[in-house]
Design a protein around this ligand. Sequence first.
Ligand code: PLP
Length: 458
Amino acid sequence: MSIPFVEPFRIKVVEPIKHTTRPERESILAFAYNNLFGVPAEDVFIDFLSDSGTNAMSDRQWSAMMVGDEAYGGARSFTHFEAAVREVLGFPCVLPTHQGRGAEGILFKTLVKPGQSVPNNRHFDTTQANLLALNANPVDLAVDEASDPHSLLPFKGNMDLGKLERFIDQTGVENIPIGMLTVTNNSAAGQPVSMANIKATSELYRRYGIPFFLDACRFSENAWFIKQREPGYADRPVAEIALEMFSYADGCTMSAKKDAIVNMGGFIACRDEDLKQKLAQHLIIQEGFITYGGLTGRDLEAIAVGLHEGISEDYLDYRERHTRYLGEVLQSAGLQVYQPTGGHAVYVDAAHTLPHIPPAQFPGVALANQLYIEGGVRTVEIGSLMFSHPDPLTGEVIPAPNEMVRFAIPRRVYTRSHLDYVGEVAREVVKNAADLRGLEITWAPELLRHFIARLAWV
Ligand SMILES: *Cc1c(COP(=O)(O)O)cnc(C)c1O
């Protein structure tokens, strides 16, 4: 018998969630200026706002936390954390940070000067914003298929190597202090990057002498997809595949809130001791001393255990099937699901469901808001509100590549019947899609506006 799709864990602690009425949700959303980030979590029934830090930790992680060493310098917990990073990722040097964006901020502050460019398959919102805040230029060079929600290709997160080489030639290596690659490609529907593409991207950056860093938030899901989809990897353990992925990079930034299955934390890892010393100077000013970097000893313990649990193949098999199942449920509810579904989330095409709402009126926000009103399901727009921004060099508005809504799935939190419920809510929303209106911004900050923008229905 093949292994069925069933949760490879049982539930030891439960957290009640609360139903609200539709009129209650309407007024809650209005009170939050029609921005789902502002809705109190206790007024959400199923929360797919983010898979970041929303994970259920295991009994082993919780018990590791009890032995956390809270010493200021040289805590034993740091040694455990460092050993896990060496074992699972293979990098000898590591600096903890409070979360992924702390790692990015420090890396970019250390290496990137105003006016310089950083290429990536696709920057996530925080890497984009960290660079824009330095007056540097985040450049997205993913393969064209990344923006195509229909083609069933195995590695739509890949870097377009032709575009990358042309970009480097036109921009000049002196203007590219670092090159990135994001695995999986969160901004492109969580699509994986193939080992061949990681290797070729690394070779290209190396040829030009550009340091190569992975944005490694979902490296274990990426390694799992390589095992499933890339010729030659089916019989290799995920742990080995992950190590090979990292072997091509000079370092990585990591949000432990993703594939290290914790609630808070991140790190920068690298090979070069000199670079570590340079990074450490910014780290100490901003995050904390080099053996805690804004985290408690117990956080470091939970990450050390979580890094190992995150590459468990039973877990990853369930994770992929769970996500794919939500994709099937939403597709049969009538939403247009980005294919194939990625590792951590299902992305649906809001422009397809709401063709009457133009990008400037945020069809993704309209769809996400209606999912909340209909059934207390919280998702997030990944479209014009999140990504459209003025080019830092020309001032011209760069449009978002798609108008998506992301259903990001917290790890080990929701069962299959939760997913079925979400399907029923989606079906109701699709039924009444023609009546939905768009939204307009009434106030927004300059950077990362989607988090706190205020909106009104048009
Ligand atoms: C979440 C995420 C980040 C930022 O990490 P935080 O812990 O949220 O600061 C960076 N890159 C990618 C691809 C992410 O998904």
